[in-house]
Design a protein around this ligand. Sequence first.
Ligand code: BES
Ligand code: ZN
Length: 654
Amino acid sequence: MPSRPTLTRLLTCLLTVLSSGHAISETAKPAQDGLKQITEDASAISAAEPLINTSITPTGPDYHSFANSDDYRTKHLALDLNVDFARKVLHGKATLQIETLTQGNTPLILDTRELDIQSVQAGHNGQLHEVKFSLGAKDTHLGSPLRIQLPKDATTVTIAYQTTPGASGLQWLEPRQTAGKKHPFLFTQAQAIHARSFIPLQDSPRVRITYDATIRTPKSLRAVMSADNDPTVGKNGVYKFHMPQQIPSYLIALGVGNLDFKPMGKRTGVFAEPELLDAAAEEFADTESMLETTEEVYGPYRWGRYDLLILPPSFPFGGMENPRLSFITPTVIAGDKSLVALIAHELAHSWSGNLVSNASWGDLWLNEGFTTYLTNRIMQFVYGDERYQMEMALGYDDLQIDLAERKDGDEILAIDIRGRDPDEVFSNIPYEKGSLFLNELEQKVGRDNFDRFLLEYFNKFAFQSISSADFIKYLQQTLLKQYPDKLDMKRINQWIFAPGIPQGAPHPQSDAFAKLDPLRQQWLNGKIKTSDIDTSDWTFHQWKYFLDSMPEKLTATQLQELDKTFGLTASKNNEIAFSWLMITVRNNYQPANDRLQTFLTNIGRNKFLRPLYRSLMENGKADTAREIFEKAKPGYHPLTVKVNSLIVYGDKQA
Ligand code: BES
Ligand code: ZN
């Protein structure tokens, strides 16, 4: 268990974070006041002055964008892009409609990363003229600021550009990396700060825009976007999109491949390669019911259709909540719906994240913690109480692992990640600690009241980007006022600003898991054999729990027995395979080596890859880790290469 933070520890921790002086690039914004602002806000709030503020002004700067979004705000983006698979580049034009917020002659600053900017035009009423621009020095994490000298009254800026083949937000796949093996595939992944590697724009989650796009592809392929995909349009090589709702740049997404469509319900369907289409539609057949039950509790789904795009297995995440079209790894198509919490999760983001978004990446918990809480609830609506308890209990165990591994500063929900790469900070903390916090609020005020609170929260902040401080202000105006005897600001501050989890926090457990403990124990003590255990009605979740709670060390005989009876090395469920491989790596169980190698080579999901590579390194297998990594690298996504080469080579050779 992590230690309990006292008030002193909380203060010490805040001071440490404030004075930690993370490397701040010369070009980045003034650094020291972000967290201070939040903490001051939080303490000002606890001084009990109820702030009724309807127009949300996000607190503090966004340290992960160069954009001067307080001087100029982009309102709309129009893209016209060609998808060139031979050169592995997107090329064309991005046109931004901007509003000028301050007077004066400041240049417009956009975010870019490794973009080749060819020309910039600006003006208004269709009268555009070539203008001067310059690209600033490259920052390792942030890319390069693009400074554009705007004529007075300019409302339109058009940038002609092309991407570079290594763009961090794109993965160009060879036909052999796809299910059909005949056509290439391209997909984008913009969260957190990679939209700038394929579009020059204000790449901050506090800037919300609508967009249009024309995407030109080879004729045999289909393009889909986080916009109004029309599944009835045939493949013809030119695709037009419109996204009428205001979204942050990290939700702009494009996929191009040999894609077909199959409907699952009235508003839901799947885009996938034909080889995967039926299996995917069957696996995710409950998506429509998930959508309906979520609406009943948290308010209307405001995005029109909800479709899924099934990607090749190199996709670095399980899923990505691109609006109207979640991007999904094929590795969750297990054949028994055991891994569909992922769909509930991406769908839930249509409320928590896409409707109400974090205004900067230090507040990721506002997206992921709320979404994890909603995911569990959706799983309960659709699959019942037992599944709910099991999902929560597994989440809680994941949290314990991360809390044991992280430094205090990284255990904080409103985390200070100034000067750091959001990709490298990624952990379960914003997800599971955030969710546990909401779980506690729910328990304290009662489920119905908390449901109403969330419904109103989504309505109040719909299509806005907010900070932890904004959330706290809102709590002050609502739950804290309504339930002064049940909630207090001190504990809420502790949840959001202190490491660890407060004493007396909920501890989700599952009876279905508890009954496995004595069996595992008896087997470990040699009292029973694996063949004595009746696993015929075990669910995926029970298998995962059974394996994840094995002791660090098992003997060769124990490993063989487990594998022989349960066929674990051959498991077709990727989560089970992963849990088993974690055991085999730390115990040096040779018969699983081939499976390990194919697993690490064919799958790009970092939730699996990072722990496996880390474990290889920690268990004296650096050579094996590097050998597999080098072999697999040409097929990995740029993000997968980045985060895992840090693991296998350390800082020296990223
Ligand atoms: N939005 C995230 C993925 C993400 C987070 C990308 C931060 C970049 C930066 C997505 O919704 C997510 O959380 N995916 C998880 C799903 C899981 C928790 C069910 C994943 O990919 O594993
Ligand atoms: Zn998420």
